[in-house]
Design a protein around this ligand. Structure first.
Ligand SMILES: NC(=O)c1ccc[n+]([C@@H]2O[C@H](COP(=O)([O-])OP(=O)(O)OC[C@H]3O[C@@H](n4cnc5c(N)ncnc54)[C@H](OP(=O)(O)O)[C@@H]3O)[C@@H](O)[C@H]2O)c1
Length: 252
């Protein structure tokens, strides 16, 4: 039977790479983002290459009605979602404590509340079917003290680790995907200066997605693509936090 995946933030970057790779593997798709014309264009490209259905949902996942619309797709038992990819995300320009707190609310809604609601809906629905998979796109920033963004991503890592164990008996796997720097629209949108980031630190979105799906097959709760970032994330746990914070200053 054809499997179906819902991917948030599929118009660009890592989400777009997930949508393309999953279609290649035969998944029907529901792709979600705010920009309808970009969603339609991604859907048309995928349909032209693969024999899968692609539904689009225009939704702002920082808004309750947008989250509700996506949750409705996940809970629709007539067209089950077998794989949920909570990927949509962005970064605020500026550190917590200097930004508008209303914008911080929006970040919390997009990076934590939306994936939390979608994961809740997915677990409840998938448990009834005794199977399903969830990927929460976090970041290696989750392992370093780096403002509100890293705190939000740490929430995703922590709950994914727990849920992957807790729901194993109903055959649900939950993964936190923790990439380092990936070439996408993310840094430009967040007005980040990444000119000082060395070339070796950049990852390719397609490779990140392939590593995540490979780890999902192995039911790993945390996926850190590439050896270099596995080493860095490991070191971050043991080095003094003042040093880790200084080294990790530039990324998100
Ligand atoms: N790039 C990196 O270095 C990096 C590293 C670690 C983790 N990550 C994480 O990877 C995820 C994907 O980021 P990316 O690098 O692929 O960034 P990106 O190229 O900027 O893509 C972000 C995607 O999220 C969507 N999106 C943004 N705000 C949204 C909202 N309010 N509601 C619905 N959709 C929204 C965007 O589409 P619309 O604008 O059309 O809504 C777009 O499809 C994020 O969670 C990010 O935190 C990125």
């Amino acid at each position: 039977m054809t499997r179906r995946a819902l991917v948030t933030g599929a118009t660009s970057g890592i989400g777009n790479a997930f949508a393309r790779e999953l279609a290649k593997r035969g998944f029907d798709l529901v792709i979600v983002a705010r920009t309808t014309d970009r969603l339609e264009s991604v859907a048309a490209q995928i349909r032209s290459k693969h024999d899968v259905t692609v539904d689009v949902l225009t939704a702002d996942l920082a808004a309750p009605e947008g989250v509700r619309a996506a949750v409705n797709v996940v809970t629709d038992t007539t067209r089950p979602v077998d794989l949920l990819v909570n990927n949509a995300g962005a970064s605020l320009a500026g550190w917590f404590g200097t930004t508008d707190v209303a914008a911080e609310d929006g970040q919390l809604d997009l990076l934590v509340r939306a994936p939390m609601h979608l994961m809740d809906a997915a677990i409840k629905t998938m448990a009834g079917r005794k199977g399903g998979q969830i990927i929460n796109v976090a970041s290696v920033a989750a392992f370093t003290p780096r403002g509100a963004y890293s705190a939000h991503k740490a929430w995703l890592v922590n709950i994914s680790r727990w849920a992957n164990i807790h729901y194993a008996d109903v055959n649900i796997s939950v993964q936190a995907l923790c990439p380092g720097f990936v070439r996408t629209e993310f840094h430009q949108r967040g007005e980040m200066d990444v000119s000082g980031v060395p070339r070796w630190m950049w990852l390719d979105a397609d490779n990140v997605v392939k590593a995540s799906l490979k780890d999902l097959d192995k039911r790993k709760s945390v996926s850190i693509p590439s050896l270099r970032y596995k080493v860095l994330a490991g070191l971050a746990q043991y080095l003094p936090k003042t040093l880790v914070t200084r080294v990790a200053r530039r990324g998100r």
